[in-house]
Design a protein around this ligand. Structure first.
Ligand SMILES: O=C(O)CC1=CCC(=O)O1
Length: 273
């Protein structure tokens, strides 16, 4: 019997979300969350490989990619409610959440608000609090002033190592395009969520199995920030060599291996360290 192909857009809480769901009945489902100014495609390489053994969900959070970008400032709880609504719409009871950057913050918040829906957390290049309120407010004002395309090369310059720009120039330009073409309204909405999100106490109280991964050259969420997150969660940090912020793009093979090890540990009823 063939599995029906799910529609690429699903309405959740009045917002059209762009989603790619590849179900695998009887197997775990891994749901991927993307970084600010990117979309679900940043997980293509990792999801394609894991899709051999797991169900996978890639979606563009509100304000990003092909999803709607409602006006106004978003909260982390808006993103959390969207994700739960998406799982409900897809009929998925529980998933492993793999999130990078703001995607990792959302994953932590979902685990706090709805622990029964989360089988485990793979947190990549993130923290329990990212940046400072002042820095996010400045970013908001710059984007409101129409400067997102000007900022894009500098921000993407921190997503990858210098070697990526030399060795994979077409991809590097593509990621600048991805960021520069993000809805400014949606970008600002999620900057506000980042400005206001401080999960340091909330995350320290989580009891969901978790693993933390970070590029050794990550300047957006440096290894020490990820180490602090891992300490709060009582798990280890795995530092990935020759990678910066978007490890799943730059070093997909290493990220796949860590996720596979984590999934195996869940199957064995324990967490990996
Ligand atoms: O945009 C950046 O500077 C890096 C980043 C922080 C949170 C996020 O999702 O991306």
């Amino acid at each position: 019997m063939s599995i029906p192909v799910p529609a690429p857009f699903t309405e959740v809480r009045g917002v059209s979300l762009h989603v790619r769901y590849r179900p695998r009945p009887g197997a775990r489902t891994v749901l991927f969350l993307n970084a600010l100014g990117s979309d679900g495609r940043i997980w293509d390489g990792v999801a394609a490989e894991l899709g051999g053994t797991c169900g996978t969900i890639q979606y563009d959070q509100r304000g990003q990619g092909l999803s709607d970008a409602p006006p106004g400032e978003y909260t982390l709880r808006d993103h959390t409610a969207d994700l739960i609504g998406l799982l409900d719409a897809l009929g998925v009871e529980r998933a492993v959440l793999a999130g990078v950057s703001v995607g990792g913050l959302i994953a932590q918040d979902v685990a706090a608000a709805h622990p029964e829906r989360v089988a485990g957390l793979v947190l990549c290049g993130t923290g329990a609090r990212i940046g400072t309120p002042d820095a996010w407010q400045q970013r908001i004002e710059a984007v409101r002033a129409g400067r997102l395309a000007d900022l894009a090369p500098g921000i993407v310059g921190r997503w990858f190592t210098p070697a990526f720009f030399v060795g994979r120039p077409a991809e590097a330009r593509g990621y600048v395009n991805m960021l520069a073409r993000t809805s400014p309204q949606g970008y600002v909405g999620t900057c506000a969520a980042l400005r206001d999100a401080d999960l340091r106490e909330q995350t320290a109280a989580l009891s969901v199995p978790a693993v933390v991964l970070c590029g050794e050259a990550d300047e957006s969420t440096p290894p020490d920030l990820n180490r602090d997150l891992a300490t709060r969660l009582g798990t280890d940090l795995h530092v990935i060599p020759d990678a910066a912020h978007l490890t799943g793009v730059e070093r997909p093979r290493v990220v796949i291996d860590h996720i596979r090890a984590f999934l195996a540990s869940l199957d064995a009823g324990k967490t990996v360290s």
